[in-house]
Design a protein around this ligand. Sequence first.
Ligand SMILES: Cc1cc2nc3c(=O)[nH]c(=O)nc-3n(C[C@H](O)[C@H](O)[C@H](O)COP(=O)(O)OP(=O)(O)OC[C@H]3O[C@@H](n4cnc5c(N)ncnc54)[C@H](O)[C@@H]3O)c2cc1C
Length: 381
Amino acid sequence: MAAHHPVVIVGSGYAGLQLARQFRRHAPATPLVIVCADDGADYPKPQLSHAISKRQSATDLIRKSAKEVALELKALLLTGQQVKAIDPERQVIQLAARELPYRDLVLAVGAEAWVPPIGGDAIDEIITLNSLQHYQQYQEQLANSQRVLIVGSGLIGSELANDFLLAGKQVTLCDPTDRLLCSLTPEFVSERLHNVLAQAGCEFAFNTTLASLNQQSDCLLATFSDGSSVVVDSVVCAAGLRPRIALAQAAGLNVNRGIVVDKQLATSAPHIYALGDCAEIDGQLLPYLQPITLSAQALAKTLAGEQTRVQWPVMPVNVKTSSYPVQLAGEVRSDDLIWQLDEDDNGLTGQAFRQDALVGFVTSGQHITRSMALIKQLSEN
Ligand SMILES: Cc1cc2nc3c(=O)[nH]c(=O)nc-3n(C[C@H](O)[C@H](O)[C@H](O)COP(=O)(O)OP(=O)(O)OC[C@H]3O[C@@H](n4cnc5c(N)ncnc54)[C@H](O)[C@@H]3O)c2cc1C
């Protein structure tokens, strides 16, 4: 083992930086290198869902510059450096102009925003918001756009719709399914969020896909697969994420939907680990902050010499649609669940039972304060 070589983390998103912070608690003096393709600034990615209505610029979102991050972590932070290849045999990574040896390598390379196949002459105009750089590039255009089409009504699409409506924009939301948050929440939650967004002026195009996007003088003509169309100033695609697996795949590591790792975050190659949006942990993609934090805590210990498996507690998912916020955990989408609903003007609490045991819940509005007790109850079951 190249024991004198540094621990190298590829990626400076939440996963990379969270791991580096945790690692420093256990190994204050071990040489640490972070390599990233972006500028290495520390920013809260979930806040991209609120930036337009809060009139925040990309700069406003930066918590620490790369220089400050490097100082905090006592790490060498190589920014603007795309890792081109990994050689697991020799324990080196290939950068544009040089090789970098590693003792242990961690891939925290995130995921790409996926854009479905769309025809037309304006597909280059489609915006994705999956990084600070994306937001920096499009913030002015989005601020100046009055009519916005959002492709995808999942968590991020719904949050963006809510945010753009709050910013006074005319929003159309399209999705191939028949409702909001189809893969996340039960139908009764989708319906209520739908009503709130509709009251704020949102238009919906469900059961259809964006077939083509064409330039029309100074705006865009979006045509759907059902033949209907809408004229907009911007199109934001929130149709899902695809873990970045190419680098790992080319190095011969096992990949599936993500980079395949076990509960110690170990890939199929010795001394190579993965976490965050790029990783498929024990068969699951978990592109949320809480599982990343827990993964980082476990992996930091392993890298410091104490082999540790990640354990999942009950992990709630928050839908930050401020006009109708939703929190949920456990099983909420199976057809065989018996729901007990408690709803008033302040929101809703839905408890999902199977054979008299609580297996999941949904809270919304001010009822979100009840989530803690439900999480506790679920954990004890
Ligand atoms: C709009 C939005 C709202 C969200 N809201 C929530 C929320 O409310 N709650 C929640 O839990 N989660 C939320 N998420 C998800 C959460 O933000 C992500 O799961 C998390 O930030 C992913 O972090 P990551 O470090 O894995 O990936 P990323 O942040 O994508 O970082 C990837 C890093 O890898 C680098 N990289 C990639 N390829 C290479 C290469 N070849 N060489 C060098 N560097 C490379 C990139 O430059 C970058 O530094 C949201 C996401 C979005 C987009």
